[in-house]
Design a protein around this ligand. Sequence first.
Ligand code: FMN
Length: 167
Amino acid sequence: MGLVNARLPRALRDRDTTHMTQPALCQLLYVSRATEKMSMRDAMSIVDAASVNNAKIGVTGLLCYGGGHFLQVLEGDGDVVSRTFCRITRDDRHADVRLIDFSVIQARRFEDWSMRLINLDDPAHPEASRRPERFRFDGTHPFFSTDPQVAFWMLFEQKQQALAHRG
Ligand SMILES: Cc1cc2nc3c(=O)[nH]c(=O)nc-3n(C[C@H](O)[C@H](O)[C@H](O)COP(=O)(O)O)c2cc1C
């Protein structure tokens, strides 16, 4: 037993702390407001660069854009996700970044996408005609819900739709 450990109170010394040293798989969700109107090309260039970066660091997820707002999910090692999110918050292409959820997860749900864009403003989007009532979930945010579960399921549903649409 090392000197430092020997000085710890018994309750702390005997505690199982192995979980604290294991990398935890986490998911992070946030919403933000685009500072300028995004063309499809602008949004694609964010995601192209993001997916190259994310692939190197083991981050997966999905970025939805609509009504001048972003909703993004990031998955990966907690520290890596946290650092990636800090970098993203400093990006001046968006503002009013609001963290919705940062939690430990058992498995990835967006494992095939190092980052993928779904543009809800695209008239070709399968739900274009149902958009207003479909995406304005609550009064706290003008476009996307800030409820963690609602936001997660919306993103997950978008993923499933995108996969089904591709056939
Ligand atoms: C809405 C939005 C989402 C972004 N998502 C990611 C992402 O998932 N991964 C990433 O590396 N960069 C993402 N970026 C870009 C980062 O903000 C940043 O520009 C990029 O990581 C390069 O950072 P650096 O110049 O400090 O190296 C995103 C930017 C915006 C505006």
